[in-house]
Design a protein around this ligand. Structure first.
Ligand code: GRF
Length: 187
């Protein structure tokens, strides 16, 4: 199997990045991580690029400059798939069109519920019993592209944002891996 070439975009801790790297080291996993891009020079996740000797680029610029440099890097490295993993910049329509159907994101909610930020808090305050995460394609509308997979968790009585986030993240790592397998092997 020839592996597809992927780039992960991060802004923060990078635990999803770490998990995808670990999966990608398996011969049978459909992608390799060939590039990591961070828009934040202090992102903790950059550590994993160094640890696993994966090329990385920090692009700490305005959105248009960021995208211009990113597109060049992605083309140079012949990237087939962009995985957003805690990437906090909203991409322009132009960028998304350039990589149509090749950008995926992980979002902490059962989409289409709770698009945007502060999803844990909003779900707890609403009194929801079910929560989770969604991996979806990125289109021009925020958190609205075609859904690839969702994973559910229960919201406990007296749930806290921190505890819920931890529970969801465990599911996120599995969800991202399953979604990537599904993209290249839909049956
Ligand atoms: C994840 O929980 C994801 O749902 C959201 O941002 C968080 C990133 O966490 N999009 P990490 O940087 O992967 O640890």
């Amino acid at each position: 199997m020839v592996k597809k070439r992927a780039c992960v975009f991060i802004s923060g801790t990078g635990t999803n990045l770490k998990s995808i790297i670990n999966y990608s080291r398996d011969y049978n996993f459909p992608i390799n991580i060939n590039l990591i891009i961070s828009n934040n020079k202090s992102a903790k996740g950059i550590y994993f690029a160094k640890k696993f000797a994966i090329p990385h680029k920090i692009i700490n610029q305005t959105r248009n400059q960021f995208e211009k440099i990113a597109i060049k890097e992605l083309r140079n490295r012949k990237i087939d798939l962009i995985c957003l993993a805690g990437f906090m910049k909203v991409l322009t329509k132009n960028f998304i069109r350039n990589f149509n159907g090749k950008i995926v994101n992980i979002h902490p909610s059962l989409l289409p519920k709770y698009k945007g930020l502060n999803t844990y808090k909003r779900a707890i305050e609403k009194g929801d019993k079910l929560f989770g995460c969604t991996v979806h394609y990125v289109n021009e509308k925020l958190d609205s592209g075609k859904i690839i997979i969702k994973k559910r968790v229960h919201i406990a009585n007296a749930e806290t944002v921190e505890k819920l986030k931890k529970k969801v993240q465990v599911e996120e790592y599995k969800a991202y891996a399953t979604a990537i397998r599904k993209i290249y092997n839909p049956n």
